[in-house]
Design a protein around this ligand. Structure first.
Ligand code: UDP
Length: 238
């Protein structure tokens, strides 16, 4: 148990959007550094952290398929996009003297380690931040599902999902300011009410292993460390 946190080992899902900043796409180095600073703080306080990085700021298979691209090809392109984000995040973390390893679900051994579960666990035991890239390695999945999968494999105590708002709402609070915010939900609530916090495959995987999901706003400096301590506003799905 890390003295500062109720959790020993956690997985943080960093969506592509979180790295995008104010632009409509691409990567904002300032945002990447803000996210890295937050992760570095948690690691310095003794939290064992691994990350699953999204790619939606660069490429989404589904969006490309809607414009006529083959879905599977599009999904592979999307998975490669997550690798770009992972390398940027790794760079930002290492600038802050955090030891990291990128592990990819699709082998590209000249730039990152292949994902091997037992090696990943070993890295985390040594205090390294492990960045999981290329999603699950399979088309038709999302990086949210990859996050739930890796969190289960790593035997994480919780899955932290950083979003643009401070928890799960009945509707998008940026569209309807009167939307209800939930403190706590069950997996079944999240599934049945179709709350769009994570896709159904991800929630089902978390449910199967009773992996708590903590949904919090990642757009403030120190937000991850605060959520790790149980401070601030967030929604717990259990
Ligand atoms: N993707 C995939 N399999 C996976 C994970 C991701 O095919 O296991 C592809 C999919 O095309 C997706 C893209 O990678 O649209 C980027 O991931 P995602 O949309 O989950 O990123 P985020 O929304 O978190 O930025």
């Amino acid at each position: 148990q890390a003295p500062n946190f109720p959790y020993k080992r956690v997985l943080l899902k960093v969506s592509g959007e979180a790295l995008m900043g104010k632009g409509a796409a691409g990567v904002d180095p300032e945002m990447v550094d803000m996210v890295a600073a937050d992760i570095a703080d948690v690691a310095a306080m003794g939290g064992q952290v691994c990350l699953v990085v999204g790619g939606g700021n660069i490429f989404r298979g589904l969006a490309a398929a809607a414009k006529g691209m083959d879905r599977v090809q599009g999904d592979y392109a999307g998975m490669l996009a997550t690798v770009i984000n992972a390398l940027m995040l790794q760079n930002a973390l290492e600038k802050r003297n955090v030891e990291t390893r990128v592990m990819t679900a699709i082998h590209m051994a000249s730039i990152a380690e292949p994902y091997i579960r037992r090696r990943a666990v070993r890295h985390m035991e040594k205090g390294r931040v492990v960045i999981f890239a290329a999603g699950t390695g399979n088309p038709f999945f999302t990086t949210d599902t990859a996050a739930a999968l890796r969190a289960n494999e790593m035997e994480c105590d919780a899955l932290f999902k950083g979003t643009q708002v401070d928890g799960v709402y009945s509707e998008d609070p940026r569209v309807n300011p009167n939307a209800e915010r939930y403190e706590q939900l069950t997996y079944m609530d999240a599934l049945a009410r179709n709350l769009k916090v994570m896709d159904a495959a991800a929630i089902s995987l978390a449910r199967e292993n009773a992996l708590p999901i903590i949904v919090f706003n990642m757009h403030a400096p120190g937000a991850f460390a605060a959520a790790m301590k149980g401070e601030g506003r967030f929604t717990r799905i259990i």
